[in-house]
Ligand binder design. Structure first.
Ligand code: IDP
Ligand code: MG
Length: 149
C-alpha cells in the first residue's frame, strides 16, 4: 500500500487546527501508521527540504518549519500521495480550491499549514527521515474492506 508523509506545520499547530487537519485525512480513508508531536531540528528541516536548498525562500522555509512544534504523520492508502495532496490543496493557498485544507484555512505560501509528499518514492524517504521502524505500526482497520476495494 502506498505511503505518504504529512507535517501539520507550526502555523496550523499554533492556530489549534491539529484535530481539524487530522480529521480530514482520517475521513478521506487514509490509514494512520505513524504519528507524533515533535520539534523539528534545523538539521532535520534542512534534510527534509534539501531539494529547495538553492531557492531564495530556503532559509525562511527552514525558519518556518522549526519555529514551533509540528505533528508528523505517516499515512497509507490507495494512491496515498495524490489523495493527500488533493486534500491539502495547491501550494499557494489563494489558488487552492475551497474544501481543501489550504483553501479553507490559508492565505500565504509561507503559511500554508501542511506538508504532503510529492511522489511515492519521496513518501518512503520522508517517512524514514522522521520515523524509526519501531514507531510505525502495521495494522488493519475493521472498516478497511469498505474503504479499500
Ligand atoms: P508543496 O508544499 O505544495 O509540495 P513545494 O514547492 O514543495 O510545495 O514547496 C515547499 C514549501 O516551501 C511550500 O509548502 C511552502 O511552505 C514553501 N514555499 C514554496 N514556494 C515558496 C515561495 O515562493 N515563497 C515562500 N515559500 C515558498
Ligand atoms: Mg513539496
Amino acid at each position: 500500500m502506498e505511503r505518504t508523509f504529512i507535517i501539520i506545520k507550526p502555523d496550523a499547530v499554533q492556530r489549534g487546527l491539529i484535530g481539524e487537519i487530522i480529521k480530514r485525512f482520517e475521513q478521506r480513508g487514509l490509514r494512520i501508521i505513524g504519528m507524533k508531536f515533535m520539534q523539528v531540528s534545523r538539521e532535520l528541516a534542512e534534510k527534509h527540504y534539501a531539494v529547495h536548498k538553492e531557492r531564495p525562500f530556503f532559509n525562511s522555509l527552514v525558519e518556518y518549519i522549526t519555529a514551533s512544534p509540528v505533528v508528523v504523520m505517516a499515512l497509507e492508502g490507495t494512491d496515498a500521495v495524490a489523495a493527500a495532496r488533493n486534500t491539502i490543496g495547491a501550494t499557494k493557498p489563494t489558488e487552492a480550491a475551497a474544501g481543501t485544507i489550504r483553501g479553507d484555512f490559508g492565505l500565504e505560501i509561507g503559511r500554508n499549514l501542511v506538508h504532503g509528499s510529492d511522489s511515492p518514492e519521496n513518501g518512503l524517504i520522508e517517512v524514514a527521515n522522521f520515523f524509526t521502524e519501531e514507531e510505525l505500526v502495521s495494522w488493519e482497520r475493521n472498516n478497511d474492506p469498505w474503504i479499500f476495494e
